[in-house]
Design a protein around this ligand. Structure first.
Ligand SMILES: [Zn+2]
Length: 547
């Protein structure tokens, strides 16, 4: 297996990790992919590459507690209450109030920073986040274990200041599940032979995160530094977190180079910095979905040379039919789109199943003199590291029962059953933590609708449409509408009109009239026109441009 990054030979990786890299997990919110990616990039001082040393991110607990801890806190804790009080007392020394009450000014600063909150719902103060308007606003994942069950009751006066931060962990990997790290590796791998893009992307992010909104950055820094100084007074506190990226499969896959090119193009813009970052967040999630579909494709088999050329993109192109709501024949497009979405999901399940099947048959083949049941039991140990104990014991019980029946069974039947048992044990973990990712991200960025309810399908929201236009159409340039559609199809498998539908064989497969796709395309053209992304000069000439 070819990997890029830090692959640990002794670790137990789940099948989905081996297929899609280390790692993607459903618990990560869409915007957290951006936050984690930026934290890693800033943690390497705005350099892309593979590093054996760790990236460094400040903990910023002082800032986070100051902004988010208040009387509505979900996990109230006397230590945090005390810490906020002491921090505010310290900050009061810095404020020139000119006759106004100092507390009011501190409160207003807090409201100002809090207006950049992006993750609020149902989370404790240490898991909430700010929009990365400046590098100083980037907050790494933190967790105080057991805070819901045990309230701190001991005497606070016994604690020194740095002990108020005690028990907060930074690598639970619940929210920063490594999706942003994985994306960092994709851009690194995709720019190995493209130094211009590599430095261009890095320096653009550096400018976005350091030079713009620097006043806000300074305020945030002063607040956090006040807490660091307080806790450092007893010499024990360390205000940094160190992390090491995971790994990415098939580093030569051309998809990564395309992702890097997309990002490079998008960053070349005149947008307001906040909007730019919002579009980047959309692009990252869009790329992650394309990546999941690409690697789930049935033709992504064990051929080790597949991902070394564009051949993999042709072979493993997703089929994302965009449903543009219309009248009469809208229903046809909608049901095909919903059908394709389900197919992409089934492909992910099948990919994990094939993986298990291959490993089992290969191991049995390699040990012709051993009993298949013994081999599979040993093999399971390699993959069961992260699965729940109940699944593991169910597997053991079933293996025990199979042993009793095995004498009367044919070898092929035994192997078939072993594959099923091992898949069942591993599938629950995969279905709980991985399978939902594409829907969750797709809904968040406007690629999948509805948010709730029946018949989920592919759509395209205005922000995503703008993002993709910025990516495809060069700054200051234009592109004929037909070329724009072709690009969407060639690169991402996005299908809108009859030409792309014909190329994928959708028209024959679903026995649909071409006209339905033509009308879908016309609705898309109108959408782009109203969004200010297209100008129509005549029936035959329509040009796409940036907003
Ligand atoms: Zn590939």
């Amino acid at each position: 297996m070819h990997v890029y990054g830090n692959y640990d030979k002794n670790a137990q990786y789940t099948p989905e990790t081996i297929i899609w890299g280390h790692r993607l997990r459903e618990g990560q919110e869409w915007i957290e992919y951006l936050l984690e990616f930026l934290a890693v990039l800033a943690g390497y001082d705005y350099n892309f590459g593979v590093y054996t040393d760790e990236y460094i991110v400040p903990k910023r607990l002082g800032l986070r507690r100051f902004v988010f801890y208040d009387e509505n806190e979900k996990s109230p804790d006397l230590r945090d209450e005390d810490a906020v009080k002491k921090l505010k007392e310290r900050l009061a020394h810095y404020v020139q109030a000119n006759g106004h009450p100092v507390e009011d000014i501190i409160q207003q600063i807090r409201s100002l920073i809090r207006s950049f909150a992006i993750i609020e719902k149902n989370r404790s103060w240490y898991a909430k986040s700010l929009f990365p308007v400046h590098e100083e606003f980037i907050l790494w994942e933190a967790l105080r274990k057991g805070s819901k069950r045990n309230t701190y009751r001991d005497d606070l006066t016994q604690l020194s200041l740095h002990e108020l931060d005690k028990g907060i962990e930074f690598f639970a990997r619940n929210f920063f599940a490594r999706g942003g790290e994985l994306y960092y590796l994709m851009i690194s791998a995709g720019t190995v032979t493209k130094p211009l893009w590599r430095t261009g992307i890095a320096s653009r992010f550096k400018t976005l995160l350091r030079d713009s909104h620097w006043t806000l950055g300074s305020i945030a820094s002063i607040i956090n530094q006040a807490w660091v100084d307080l806790t450092k007074s007893d010499g024990k506190a360390e205000d940094i977190v160190k992390g090491k990226p995971g790994w990415l499969p098939d580093p030569t896959c051309p998809l990564y180079t395309y992702f890097a090119e997309d990002l490079y193009n998008l960053l070349d813009n005149q947008l307001d910095e906040l909007e730019c970052l919002e579009l980047v967040a959309h692009l990252i999630c869009f790329h992650i979905i394309i990546y999941i579909y690409h690697r789930a494709h049935p033709k992504n088999c064990s051929d080790s040379t597949l991902h070394q050329s564009d051949r993999c993109l042709q072979n493993c192109r997703p089929e994302i039919l965009i449903d543009l709501p219309g009248d009469n024949d809208g229903q046809i497009i909608r049901s095909i789109s919903a059908n394709l979405l389900k197919r992409h999901e089934r492909w992910q399940i099948d990919q994990v199943r094939h993986f298990v099947q291959n490993r089992v048959t290969l191991s049995i083949h390699q040990h012709p003199n051993a009993k298949p049941i013994d081999i599979v039991e040993r093999l399971a140990d390699e993959y069961f590291g992260n699965i729940r104990q109940t699944m593991r014991s169910e597997f053991q019980q079933s293996i025990g029962k199979l042993r009793q029946r095995a004498a009367k069974m044919k070898n092929e039947e035994i192997i078939e059953e072993l594959i099923n048992l091992m898949y069942d044990a591993l599938a629950s973990n995969f279905q709980r933590h991985f399978l939902g990712i594409h829907r969750r991200l797709g809904r968040a960025i406007g690629l999948i609708a509805p948010q709730r309810g029946p018949q989920p399908r592919f759509v395209i929201g205005d922000t995503l449409l703008k993002t993709l236009t910025m990516v495809i159409v060069p700054s200051g340039g234009t592109l004929p509408f037909s070329k724009f559609l072709e690009h969407l199809y060639q690169r991402y498998g996005v299908i809108i009109g009859p030409d792309e539908a014909k190329q994928t064989g959708l028209i024959n497969r679903f026995a649909v009239n071409e006209g339905a796709f033509a009308r879908n395309r016309d609705r898309f053209l109108n959408r782009m026109k109203y969004a200010g992304l297209l100008t129509q000069y005549s029936d035959a000439t329509a040009m796409v441009h940036r907003p």
